[in-house]
Design a protein around this ligand. Structure first.
Ligand code: A2P
Length: 289
């Protein structure tokens, strides 16, 4: 299907504002407790330069330290952060970015996202709140404090509300995406509106790795089940954000450029039964597995 031209994690997409973004990131949510700096230093040593964090994760501090101590110039990194549910609203969003910049120890972010479209499933005033929050992000973008602005976990009706009321269009939408949970309605809507999709939990936090189709394909292509999942996102034109605490798996997760899933296998993955959903949805209470 869509994208088979990339050769390494350093190849880039161009966002709708012209900013270039690498095609694979490193996720920092739940980087192993207590050992975050070492894990992030290891990821940098393994070659990752695009890191995804959020104020909610508690990993901004460790990422900032790892980047500084790497000695690699800040401009060689692509750093994303997000404002949390309690940081929504015009003033709160501006304060949230100041905090994130300070904790990360950086002058600017490459990408800044609204983490969830509504603070809770029953929050009725989300339309106004999202517009106010977005207005703050637009100003931060104008001021050069963030090179691009976007969304996370937004459904089409949430995005539509912003598109009708924005000056700066959202550049990305980061959603849960992996074989068995591909949120096609959201992916299609984003494609139609030039919003790049990013995949959190691209290997379904391990839940997908034992699926019979994924293991069959892994055997046939002589790769691991995780590599099948990451390659699937890549070929769909979606940025996967894998995370791992092991050097071997960090490296493995970059080695997704030497094989290509056939159109038939892409369709089979796209049509497999639901599996591995985290239980998170912006309009529902979390479903615990
Ligand atoms: P570990 O840190 O032991 O590598 P997701 O990003 O889909 O939520 O999944 C993250 C989980 O998947 C992490 O717990 C990580 O565990 C594990 N993981 C990451 N890469 C691989 C891989 N290549 N093979 C198996 N498990 C992996």
């Amino acid at each position: 299907m869509k994208n088979t031209k990339f050769k390494s994690i350093y190849d880039t997409y161009t966002l709708n504002n012209g900013v270039k973004i690498p095609c694979v990131a490193f996720g920092t949510y739940k980087a192993a407790a207590g050992d975050n700096v070492e894990i992030l230093k290891l990821a940098i040593a393994c070659g990752y330069r695009y890191f995804d964090t959020a104020s909610f994760y508690g990993t901004e501090k460790f990422l900032g330290q790892a980047v500084r101590e790497s000695g690699i110039p800040r401009e060689e990194f692509f750093i994303t952060s997000k404002l949390w549910k309690e940081e929504m609203g015009y003033g709160a969003a501006k304060a949230a970015l100041s905090r994130s910049l300070e904790v990360l120890g950086t002058e600017y972010l490459d990408l800044y996202l609204i983490h969830w479209p509504q603070p809770s499933p029953d929050y009725r005033e989300w339309k106004t709140l999202d517009i106010e929050t977005w207005r703050a992000l637009e100003e931060l973008y104008d001021e050069g404090k963030v090179r691009a602005v976007g969304l996370s976990n937004f459904l089409p009706h949430h995005i539509e509300n912003l598109l009708k009321n924005c000056r700066v269009r959202p550049a990305v939408n980061q959603i849960e995406f992996h074989p068995g949970h591909t949120q096609e309605t959201v992916v299609r809507y984003c494609g139609e509106h030039d919003i790049l999709v990013q995949a959190w939990s691209p290997i379904g936090r391990g839940r997908v790795l034992e699926d019979s189709l994924i293991t069959e394909l892994a055997r046939r292509y002589s790769v691991s089940p995780a590599q099948v999942c990451l390659r699937y996102a890549l070929q769909r034109g979606i940025i996967p954000l894998p995370k791992s605490s092991s050097e071997e798996r960090m490296r493995q997760n970059q080695e997704i450029f030497s094989f290509e899933l056939s159109p038939e296998d892409m369709y089979r993955i796209g049509a497999m039964p639901p599996v591995g959903w985290s239980g998170e949805h912006p309009e529902r209470e979390r479903v615990k597995s």
